[in-house]
Ligand binder design. Structure first.
Ligand code: AMP
Length: 589
């Protein structure tokens, strides 16, 4: 568990790094960071038993950055990783933490990437090289890479490198680097060959192991969901919606920034949510906790430190939106529910790369954590219908409806309507804003099923670097997958693509970069928007007017003219109701 008394500043990191940590919203060092940073800053060798998710990248990247001589444009640190994905990720982390270090250069070097490109990049010089063993060996043999100024060598995920058969390459590289170097070795497990490497190539390494507290948390029903592509935010709202015994939740994220952003997004989806983080004054924090206690809030999005000791009996759910750093943090987190003799629920979101943390937690808590799938749209619909019925029963039991009985009686006799017809029309009206049957785009369908029409990914410029992990929630406002929607305003109404984009961007609060192509037809248009557009935005865009006409935005159905998968050449595409010889106007034409 993170110790709130230790700050990054207390670890004596230089000011530009502290500024970058503040930018990314890290509150306190994770346990592995608190333990490793002082040793690595002091130039000592280190043997760290830590897995993905513990914050080990920053544990070695920060001291490496702190010790660099930026005036010397030669590789001073080398990080060896088992995969290119990890190499890219680690290089990105360096870049992030070096944001306030002008002139800093990190270079990922991995197999599969063009040699020419790499050679050119290497000739320009870099302070830190992050690479896979095979390709680093190639460059050393070609002499396109020289480690004569190398100070630090980091072996990241050493057991993975062993498993993938790279260990001989790793040894070869170790032998071709200065013997004076500092060596940090990180591994989730310590099999014998890794220990041997440590003995052979390290000098009195400091041992750092993240403690695994063994605790039982019998009163908490623990489940996990493996994050697969789908948006975590959508998954969260879908899960909370179908949970039968939901009262209040605490959602754990890693950064202060994420607490504020997620709380805001939950609010936009109709939840009473607020953030709880270390940046808030004690008074503000107490206010949030009081509101949670007295029912003014249903969800609090918190960091570990801010939620320490939180005791609110009505918390029925703990959501580990970001995995905890260690088992101790996990146990603390889930201990926020199941209090005062009640039973609690804990749901852990875990990415495939973090599955090892799941196993560690299961071992430490001596309890299996049950895998769950995303609730289906039918399940969400069933739940909404149950709640709807409950509301009706409550109104019938509690309100005086004489006047309304009279109104309906008159409709039955004067308009020849049955009570069923009236009830169905009223039900329809009531659920317009939040449909009883959720639309597929309101909540993304669980993988692998993909709803039709086929979604298209946005242009490469908007997608993330290959192999990098999905950006954390603070970096995204919508999915980058776009799909076609229909609007009831077309060319004959005098609408222009510019007006449509303006209306959608302003009224729907959608950034222009999430608005794809627009095709105008005579009396309607099609526009590409994020596939995961939330229901509240759709509802707003139904009402939004262009040329006095409501857009009535809705996902394109098979009955509509399908939008061509690729941008049509003006003459090749002939929409059904476009006058002959008059191609549709496309926003990007
Ligand atoms: P790692 O174990 O290095 O893969 O890090 C896992 C995740 O934790 C990354 O998304 C980091 O950005 C995040 N992280 C690392 N250190 C901290 C910290 N001190 N506070 C908040 N988030 C962190």
């Amino acid at each position: 568990m993170t110790d709130p008394t230790i700050s990054f500043a207390a670890l004596e990191l230089p000011a530009p790094l502290l500024a970058a940590l503040a930018d990314v919203g890290y509150e306190t060092p994770s346990p592995i960071q608190a333990a490793c940073i002082p040793h690595l800053l002091a130039g000592r060798d280190l043997l760290g038993e830590a897995q993905t998710g513990t914050g080990k990248t920053a544990a070695f990247a920060l001291p490496v950055l702190a010790r660099l001589n930026l005036d010397l444009k030669k590789p001073q640190a080398l990080v060896l990783t088992p995969t290119r994905e990890l190499a890219i990720q680690v290089a990105e982390a360096f870049q992030k933490y070096a944001h306030h270090l002008p002139g800093f250069h990190v270079l990922p070097v991995y197999g599969g990437q063009s040699m020419v490109v790499q050679l050119r990049a290497l000739s320009r010089g870099a302070h830190v090289i992050v690479g896979t063993p095979g390709r680093i060996m190639d460059h050393l043999e070609r002499k396109s890479l020289s480690f004569d100024a190398l100070q630090t060598l980091v072996l990241d995920e050493a057991d993975e490198m062993l498993r993938m058969g790279f260990i001989d390459d790793v040894e070869w590289i170790l032998e071709h680097t200065p013997a004076t170097r500092q060596t940090a070795l990180f591994s989730a497990t310590m099999p014998e060959p890794i220990r041997r490497i440590a003995q052979r190539y390290q000098r009195e390494p400091q041992l750092v192991k993240i403690r695994s507290a063994t605790t039982t948390v019998a009163s908490v029903h623990q489940r996990y969901w493996q994050v697969r592509g789908a948006d975590k935010l959508e998954a969260l709202t879908r899960m909370l919606e179908v949970e039968e015994n939901f009262d209040a939740a605490i959602v754990f994220v890693r950064t202060k920034t994420a607490t504020a952003e997620l709380a805001e997004k939950l609010e936009a989806r109709g939840y009473q949510a607020a953030a709880l983080n270390g940046d808030m004054t004690q008074g503000l924090r107490e206010q949030v906790i009081d509101r949670l206690k007295n029912g003014g809030l249903d969800i609090v999005v918190a960091t570990d430190v801010a939620a320490r000791g939180l005791d609110v009996p009505r918390i029925s759910h703990v959501i580990n939106y970001d995995v905890p750093y260690d088992t101790e943090a996990y146990v603390h987190r889930i201990g926020r529910t199941g209090r005062a003799g009640r039973s609690g629920n804990a749901i852990l979101f875990v990415a495939p790369r973090e599955m090892r943390m799941l196993k560690t937690i299961e071992r430490a808590t001596r309890q299996p954590i049950e895998a769950i799938t995303l609730p289906t749209l039918d399940e969400v619909a069933d739940r909404r219908i149950v709640m709807f019925k409950q509301q009706i029963m409550e109104v019938l039991a509690e309100e005086n409806l004489d006047f309304f009985f009279d109104v309906t009686r008159r409709m039955e006799s004067e308009d020849n309507l049955s009570s069923r017809q009236i009830a169905a029309a009223l039900a329809f009206m009531i659920q317009r804003e939040r449909p009883l049957r959720p639309e597929p785009n309101e909540i993304p369908a669980p993988p692998p099923a993909r709803s039709s029409p086929p979604a298209r990914t946005s242009p490469p410029a908007r997608t993330q670097a290959p192999g990098t992990s999905a950006p954390t929630q603070q970096a995204r406002s919508h999915s980058s997958v776009l799909k076609p929607y229909r609007i009831d305003v077309g060319r004959l109404h005098g609408a222009s693509p510019k007006e449509i984009v303006g209306a959608i961007a302003n009224e729907g609060g959608i950034d222009g970069k999430f608005i794809g192509q627009i095709h105008l037809f005579d009396d309607y248009s099609m526009v590409e928007l994020p596939a995961d557009l939330p229901a509240d935005i759709i509802a707003t865009l139904k009402r939004t007017r262009v040329k006095q006409k409501p857009l009535n935005l809705r996902p394109l159905t098979d009955a509509d003219q399908p939008m061509p998968a690729k941008r049509p050449r003006a003459t090749a595409h002939q929409p059904r109701n476009a006058p002959t010889g008059k191609p549709p106007r496309s926003r990007r034409d």
